[in-house]
Design a protein around this ligand. Sequence first.
Ligand SMILES: *Cc1c(COP(=O)(O)O)cnc(C)c1O
Length: 340
Amino acid sequence: MSKDIDWSNLGFGYIQTDKRFVANFKNGAWDGGALVEDANITMSECACVLQYAQTCFEGLKAYTTEDGKVVCFRPDLNAKRMADTCKRLQMPVFPEDKFVEAVEQVVKANIEFVPPYGSGATLYIRPFMFGINPVIGVKPADEYQFRIFCTPVGPYFKGGAKPITIRVCDYDRAAPHGTGHIKAGLNYAMSLYPIVDAHEQGFDENMYLDAATRTYVEETGGANFIFITKDGKLVTPKSDSILPSITRRSLMVVAEKYLGMTVEHRPVAFEEVKDFAECGLCGTAAVISPVGKINDHGKEICFPSGMDEMGPVLKKLYDTLTGIQMGRIEAPEGWIDTIG
Ligand SMILES: *Cc1c(COP(=O)(O)O)cnc(C)c1O
């Protein structure tokens, strides 16, 4: 039975669901964790997360496939990425197999919130962890909470994906040898000023360049870049300060194995960008958002794919990956985690 929700008119906002998973780390060990009803958290005013931002997160989706199953897409990669993030932030790793089990438990406990096939809506799942005990001298917390909640979200693009306009940003997202490659809350805190500024200037997103030389393409605040060359190759930037998007890594496999394309994962100079045929942003939320135009301090790069619709190669990639996710196209081994 589905909840009484108008799925096709859902936005991308938080709706409280019935159950969430909570596990606590104390005295050097995780407890077993449990599903709870309380959506609120009580903690000390001096909790490490509040003072020194010791927190990280993940994001993935559950949805209904064509044949009516509820599935998740590659949750093992979210578990692995969160483990990598926790190590960099001096946080205890939540065991990867337990992470996937907890995701499955949360989806099962909120199964009525999983939108039906064809609605375009999905159940967004948000695992996160934070240091919870009081810390005033700068050091990692001793106690942590790991939680997973979920919230139904509407189709990212109502009425189809329209190309967006982005700008080359004068602020940096991540430094070399910094934290750009992990999913830390702090990477988002510092991106809020530049994104509000971009919106005020009439742009949808920021393109961040490498902080050291400002000559290579990094990513946006929350999505990786993929480019299509005029001869049909997929090119995607490589850098130690880019967050390894699971959508981007999946699209690289789809391009090579399903569509027979050549894939290049390498540093991409901003100078090259004007020569690409198509440009897109990729991430869990939208899968692919087409970019029609890049504004570099008043100088415009307009991609041949234009401002009306997604370019033909990105469209093929989008249709193939969403086809795999929705069970219309056979998935590579281990990509689909069937829950119910
Ligand atoms: C989460 C995130 C992405 C997208 O990753 P997916 O695994 O594809 O959702 C890209 N860039 C940043 C900075 C992110 O935090």
